[in-house]
Design a binder for this molecule. Structure first.
Ligand code: MN
Length: 259
């Protein structure tokens, strides 16, 4: 089997322990290259930088870093920087959970999704808690998952997008992978205000809300029990189930006499 080529990115920045651990783990099973943001870009989702130039530099360890977003990194890697098409795009390991509604905001998911949008299979990896505790165990589990998918030829021509959350546990305590639906969170906590040294009000986005739907079958539920949560994601935002309802409703809005 020819060696697979994996592009690695993240949203915590190229110096984050999570991406270093992921690189060290995956380089044992594939040819890996890192193109990642220079600075922390958490919660940047799929944002692209269109109004300022992007620069790419290479760090001493070989990682390339970009003054842009996670999606910028994967986008420029795939559209000219790499000069080849990777077989898999992997993002993470993120510092904290990306479950339920987090997936909408997550730059970790955004980087993986950019690969998926270019027709390449992609995986976003996150640890369920911040602080990098048991990171080696999470990286080993990520490697195991990728290695097994390569061996079972799940990384082929068909693109797919997986969101994977790994519980912060020692290696021996992380349970099997479970395929899950996304849970839901309550609305975010209130904005936090402070007064700047110049007397202006500063606003800080509040913390993500606690779980609203953490019932059986969700990513919240699986990881709370120690399982690795694997959620297949899609990008189509269209509400297919309600197309009929809206067709009828919008028809009622049409001016009289018009088809
Ligand atoms: Mn992050």
């Amino acid at each position: 089997m020819p060696t697979m080529k994996i592009l690695i990115s993240n949203d915590d920045g190229y110096q984050a322990p999570g991406i270093v651990a992921l690189y060290e783990a995956l380089k044992e099973v594939a040819e890996v290259e890192v193109v990642a943001p220079e600075h922390n870009n958490s919660a940047k989702s799929n944002a692209l930088t269109l109004h300022s130039p992007l620069y790419v530099h290479r760090a001493a360890n070989g990682f390339r870093y970009v003054n842009g977003t996670p999606a910028d990194c994967v986008h420029i890697a795939l559209t000219g920087l790499l000069g080849y098409r990777p077989d898999l795009v992997v993002s993470g390991i993120n510092n904290g959970a990306n479950m339920g509604d987090d997936t909408i905001y997550s730059g970790t998911v955004g980087a993986a999704m950019e690969g998926y949008l270019f027709g390449i299979p992609a995986i976003a990896f996150s640890q369920t808690e911040k602080g990098w505790k048991h990171l080696d165990a999470a990286a080993a589990r990520a490697r195991e998952l990728v290695q097994q998918m390569l061996a079972k030829q799940m990384v082929g021509t068909q693109p797919w997008l997986l969101n994977v959350n790994i519980p912060c546990l020692p290696a021996g305590e992380i349970k099997s992978a479970k395929v899950c639906r996304l849970g839901r969170r309550h609305a975010a906590e209130a904005v936090i205000t402070q007064t700047s040294p110049r007397g202006e009000t500063m606003y800080w986005i509040g913390a993500a809300g606690p779980a609203l739907d953490e019932s059986e079958g969700t990513d919240f539920h699986a990881t709370a029990l120690g399982h690795v949560a694997v959620t297949p994601l899609k990008v189509d935002l269209c509400d297919h189930e309600r197309l009929g309802y809206w067709a009828q409703s919008v028809a009622q809005l049409s001016p009289k006499g018009q088809a």
